[in-house]
Write a protein that binds this ligand. Sequence first.
Ligand code: HEC
Length: 115
Amino acid sequence: MLALTVLGGAYLGPHHAAIPVTQRDPAAERAVMHAYGCASCHTIPGVPGARAAVGPPLTHLARRSVLAGLLANNPHNLERWIENPHAILAATDMPDMGVTPTDACNIAAYLYTLH
Ligand code: HEC
């Protein structure tokens, strides 16, 4: 966690190929979130129109210690959550949205820029 907080945008996924900082494209990551409709439920700084309050705001996500009230906040868990929240918390209102592992990795990378 500490290392993540310090590295911020230099996030390297644990089970995906490392994404060199220079090749990261925050605009593309925001577009991915928009395409999956995350903005219809969440307030997400930097994502146009993402001001909804159905789910918790994703503001300061990089600083949280816990995700969804039960998961340690680390890249592996965040990607798992984004890909398939019901596998982790059967009763959650967040839908499984068919996010691919690559897109989940990009989304997580963006969310970890939110300090
Ligand atoms: C239909 C509404 C809805 C959509 C669409 C949705 N979420 Fe969620 N999300 C929620 C709800 C509700 C929670 C709270 C989970 C819980 O505690 O049950 C949540 C929780 C989360 C969390 C944990 C936040 C925290 O504070 O612990 C993250 C991260 C997250 N969502 C990311 C996403 C991403 C990325 C997308 C798009 C791929 C997305 N969500 C799409 C409703 C939604």
